[in-house]
Design a protein around this ligand. Structure first.
Ligand SMILES: Nc1nc2c(ncn2[C@@H]2O[C@H](COP(=O)(O)OP(=O)(O)OP(=O)(O)O)[C@@H](O)[C@H]2O)c(=O)[nH]1
Ligand SMILES: [Mg+2]
Length: 285
């Protein structure tokens, strides 16, 4: 028996819900069972129905209306409410054994680092429900056209990594959008961030490149790039969800997730099918 979960994290609009749906579509196509757990109280319906939905417990709209709160205050209230009602989560997710749960999280990254809501939920899932979890952190591929923005995004990925203390898969989402601007060779230098990227002028030429316009930040940028390099743990997997038939990127991400959650190891060996005499004879024909 095993309980495995993947968390889809990252800034607003980066493609988390689309990624969750593409994962479910791919897993279903290869005969694996998976479900979406929606942890976003402001979520809109998606292609695949949520199996577990925080909005059944509390919805952002109700909180805003009843308590007269703004969207961010209401979101924090929703999560505090969830933390006070974790038995609801236990009941909802506890029954899914030997199936993948994909947790679609809200895009407000302060929930990971400013208010320790997600770390608390993660600890609960691990310690009380025995979940083997991994985090996926999405960063938009369009960031690679502005190198300082890319490194700043990389730092946010690193910050989530440090805070959540989970096996972590960083993902460069919407890679289809930069296909015409960035060659495969250049993209590789972002997938495995090369600190030299910050000290070189981009060939395509984003005129707003940080170093060329702000020389006084040069040393700081280089130090950050070196830190990312020294840390040696920030690497990205490309993701393209623009076409359901192109499953390569999803396949690779799933295989990494299987690896870090030790999915295969935790599967009970299946009993071999026992044939009756008649079936056995048919086999021999
Ligand atoms: N071209 C392209 N667009 C994508 C891809 N993935 C997502 N999108 C689009 O990006 C937009 C945002 O996607 P969502 O999946 O809703 O992003 P999200 O991170 O869940 O957003 P929030 O929940 O609001 O934080 C939608 O218009 C998607 O269609 C992709 O791989 N390629
Ligand atoms: Mg979403």
């Amino acid at each position: 028996m095993s309980r495995v979960g993947i968390l889809a994290l990252g800034p607003a609009g980066v493609g988390k819900s689309t990624f969750c749906n593409s994962m479910i579509a791919y897993m279903q196509s290869i005969g694996r069972r998976a479900h979406i757990v929606n942890l976003d109280p402001a979520a809109e319906p998606t292609e695949f129905e949520f199996t577990v939905d925080i909005r059944d417990l509390i919805s952002l709209q109700d909180v805003q209306e009843e308590l007269n709160l703004g969207p961010n205050g209401a979101l924090v209230y929703c999560f505090e409410f969830l933390l006070n009602n974790l038995d609801w989560l236990d009941e909802e997710v506890g029954q899914y054994e030997d199936e993948y749960l994909i947790f679609d999280c809200p895009g407000q990254i302060e929930l990971y680092n400013h208010i320790p809501v997600l770390p608390t939920i993660i600890k609960h899932l691990q310690l009380q429900l025995n979940f083997s979890l991994c985090a996926t952190y999405l960063l938009e591929a369009s960031f690679v056209t502005d190198r300082s923005k890319f490194f700043s995004g990389t730092l946010s990925a690193m910050s989530a990594m440090i805070l959540l203390e989970l096996p972590h898969i960083n993902i460069l989402s919407k890679c289809d959008l930069i296909k015409d601007q960035v060659s495969k060779r250049e993209l590789k230098r972002f997938l495995n961030p090369d600190p030299l990227l910050l000290s070189e002028k981009p060939s395509g030429g984003n005129k707003a490149d940080f170093i060329s316009t702000n020389p006084k930040f040069e040393r700081l940028n280089k130090a950050i790039a070196r830190l990312v390099d020294d840390f040696g743990m920030v690497q990205f997997l490309p993701l393209d969800c623009s076409d359901r038939d192109k499953t390569d990127s999803i396949k690779t991400i799933l295989s990494h997730a299987d690896d870090v959650t030790q999915w295969a190891e935790s599967q009970e060996p299946k009993e071999p099918k026992e044939f009756d005499e008649e079936e056995f004879e048919e086999l021999g024909d």
